[in-house]
Design a protein around this ligand. Structure first.
Ligand SMILES: Nc1ncnc2c1ncn2[C@@H]1O[C@H](COP(=O)(O)OP(=O)(O)OP(=O)(O)O)[C@@H](O)[C@H]1O
Length: 228
């Protein structure tokens, strides 16, 4: 991110934000409600146009990537699939439009624990199942970069543990993982580094250990850093 800025009328959602997300570790993306996390992720993915600055992935804008799903796997807030579409069909459509082999769909459905629900319509999914389907889509292209907005939302304890293990494994393979969250305890368990923003501005770009140093917990350090 280079001086990334987004204004909605008189609201400055993201304000001159510059940071780099490193490969080989899990980076937690923290900030209070309205801090600009989702807007930043949307700009990285080319879903929102910056008012200023730029967001680059390996030196290129998302729109300029040859094979986006093979480069960046993303999970944004909200339902990703049409409610009338079956989970497997949703993923097959994504796979075929990105030159990903059909067999990969079965693999990611099993990976996220939706193997038995493959033929169910997304509209009947619980919040956690919807999150799992979104994660399946993000993992479809086996990308070296994962950008996940509140991925733990709605996951059951087994799902939270599974996701933590997956993200730590991805990072250990040298991949780049950026995860926004409001769950401080979970972030403390999952992340190595933190990007903390408030009011659209960068507050911290440090390791979790550096951020927490001297505070009783990540939550306490976060509340102090954002002035709450
Ligand atoms: N489409 C939009 N139109 C107008 N304002 C918007 C729009 N999207 C976001 N905003 C505003 O931009 C600011 C940042 O919002 P954003 O959703 O990026 O924050 P966030 O850090 O993801 O918050 P949360 O933790 O609550 O999800 C907020 O003031 C929000 O109201």
């Amino acid at each position: 991110m280079e001086e990334l800025t987004k204004r909605y009328g008189s609201t400055v959602a993201v304000d001159g934000l510059s940071f780099a997300v490193r490969p080989g570790c899990v980076t937690g993306f923290l900030g209070p409600n309205g801090a600009g996390k989702s807007t930043t992720l949307r700009m990285i993915l080319g879903l929102d146009r910056p008012s200023g600055g730029r967001a680059l992935i390996d030196g290129r804008a998302y729109a300029g990537l040859d094979r986006p799903l093979h480069t960046v796997g993303a999970l944004l807030e909200g339902r990703c699939a049409h409610p009338g579409r079956r989970a497997r069909d949703h993923l097959l459509y994504l796979a075929r439009s990105n030159s990903i082999r059909d067999a990969r769909v079965g693999e990611v459905l099993e990976l996220v624990g939706l193997g038995a629900a493959a033929h169910r319509r997304a509209g009947g999914f619980s919040l956690g199942m919807g999150q799992r389907l979104g994660l399946a889509a993000a993992l479809l292209g086996d990308p070296p970069i994962l950008l996940l907005d509140e991925p733990v939302n709605g996951l059951d304890p087994e799902g939270v543990h599974w996701l933590r293990t997956l993200l730590r494994g991805y990072a250990a393979q040298g991949r780049t993982v950026l995860v926004s969250s409001h769950l401080m305890a979970e972030t403390a368990l999952t992340a190595d580094r933190l990007i903390v923003i408030a009011g659209g501005r960068l507050i911290a770009d440090v390791t979790v250990d550096e951020f927490v140093a001297g505070a009783p917990s990540l939550e306490a350090a976060f509340l102090k850093a954002v002035g709450r």
